[in-house]
Write a protein that binds this ligand. Structure first.
Ligand SMILES: [Zn+2]
Length: 328
C-alpha cells in the first residue's frame, strides 16, 4: 500500500515493476486489482533509445473500498527500448495494488485511419475549411462550445445544422470551454452533459463524442463523460490510437501555426504505415493567413493537408466512426 497524507500538487506515490524491454509497434493490455480511497491513475512510462522518458495515462480508476479490477491498454511508441506500468496515487489518500499483469494484444487496425477535427466551433472553420472538406468528400468532426453558438466569430446555429446535414459530425466541447479538472462534480456535469443536451436541441440525437477543453481531464471528468451518454472523448495528448485505446482518453495531434505541413504529412504516413488511427485537431482556418495567432492556419496549408490525405487514399473517419472500431 502507498499513502499520501498531504498532497502539495506535484509528484506521486506508487510502486512499480522494473522496466521490461519493448519496441515500437507492440501493444499490451495491463490489469491489476486495487483498493483506493480516491481516484488514481494508471500510467505507462516509456524509455527511448536516447534515454528520454515519456508517459501515457491508460486508465483513471475511481475510489474503490474493496478489491476492484482496473485495466487499460497501450501502444508502444517508436524508439522505445523499455517500459514499466505505474498505478499512481496523486492526491491525499491510500492506494493498495496487487496482481499486476501485462499481456501482448493486437497493435493494428486492418488499415490506418485519420480523423479531421475542428475544436471550438469557429466560424472560420465553417467558412474556409468546410468547403475544402466538401470538395474532397471528407467528413470531419466539429467539436462545438455550445454556449458560444451564435456569438461573434463562432458558428451560428444554422451553420451547425448545415454541417450535420452535409455529413459532418457534431461533437460537444462543453458549454463555456471550462477547464474541467478545476470544477466541482456538479459544475462538470453542467458543462459535459449540458453541452450535449444543448447541441441535441440543435441537431437531434447525433452528439456521441466529446472533446475536453485544453485537453484537460481527470478521473471525475472521464467518469461524467461516460455517464453523459458519450461513446468516446478526446484529449490533446500527443499520439496515435490503436484497437485497445481507451475510448475516453483518445489521443490526437494538434495542428497549429507552428506545425509545418511536412510534419503533418509524416504523422499521416505513420498512421498509414502502422495501421493506426490519427486524429488531427485544428481550430481556425483562414484564407491566405499569414498572421501569428497560434490556432489559425492558412486555407492553403489546410488544402495541402487534405490533398495529401486524398493522395494517400487513407480512410477519413469521424471521431464517432473511429471510436466504433475500438475494442474496449
Ligand atoms: Zn477548445
Amino acid at each position: 500500500m502507498v499513502s499520501i497524507d498531504t498532497y502539495t500538487g506535484t509528484g506521486a506515490a506508487e510502486w512499480y515493476p522494473k522496466d521490461i524491454p519493448a519496441h515500437g509497434g507492440q501493444a499490451f493490455s495491463f490489469a491489476d486489482y486495487y483498493m483506493a480511497s480516491t481516484s488514481t491513475i494508471i500510467t505507462v512510462q516509456f524509455t527511448s533509445d536516447s534515454g528520454k522518458e515519456s508517459w501515457v495515462d491508460i486508465a483513471l480508476p475511481t475510489a474503490a473500498a474493496s478489491w476492484t479490477k482496473a485495466s487499460g491498454a497501450f501502444l508502444v511508441p517508436d524508439g522505445t527500448v523499455s517500459l514499466t506500468v505505474q498505478h499512481l496515487l496523486k492526491g491525499a489518500g491510500t492506494l493498495t495494488v496487487d496482481d499486476y499483469s501485462l499481456s501482448p494484444i493486437a497493435a493494428r487496425f486492418s488499415a490506418g485511419m485519420v480523423t479531421i477535427a475542428f475544436d471550438d466551433g469557429w466560424e472560420s472553420a465553417y467558412q474556409f475549411a468546410f468547403p475544402i472538406l466538401q470538395n474532397a468528400k471528407m467528413p470531419a468532426t466539429f467539436a462545438i462550445i455550445s454556449g458560444s453558438v451564435n456569438n461573434p466569430n463562432y458558428m451560428t446555429s444554422d451553420q451547425v445544422t448545415t454541417l450535420l446535414s452535409a455529413g459532418e459530425e457534431i461533437s460537444a466541447h462543453t458549454r463555456t470551454h471550462a477547464r474541467l479538472p478545476s470544477l466541482s462534480p456538479d459544475a462538470m456535469k453542467n458543462e459535459i452533459l449540458g453541452s450535449r443536451l444543448d447541441l441535441q436541441g440543435l441537431v437531434g440525437n447525433h452528439v456521441s463524442t466529446f472533446a475536453y477543453p485544453y485537453g484537460a481531464y481527470n478521473a471525475p471528468a472521464v467518469q461524467i463523460a461516460e455517464q453523459s451518454g458519450y461513446a468516446a472523448a478526446r484529449t490533446v495528448e500527443r499520439g496515435y490510437n490503436f484497437p485497445g485505446s481507451n475510448r475516453f482518453l483518445l489521443r490526437a495531434m494538434t495542428v497549429d501555426n507552428t506545425t509545418d505541413v511536412p510534419t503533418v504529412k509524416s504523422w499521416i504516413d505513420t498512421a498509414v504505415n502502422n495501421h493506426e488511427w490519427l486524429i488531427l485537431v485544428f481550430h481556425q482556418v483562414n484564407a491566405d493567413y499569414g498572421g501569428s495567432d497560434l490556432y489559425t492556419i492558412s486555407s492553403a496549408d489546410f488544402q495541402t493537408i487534405v490533398n495529401y490525405l486524398a493522395d494517400k487514399k487513407v480512410a477519413i473517419v469521424t471521431t464517432a466512426t473511429g471510436a466504433s472500431k475500438l475494442l474496449r
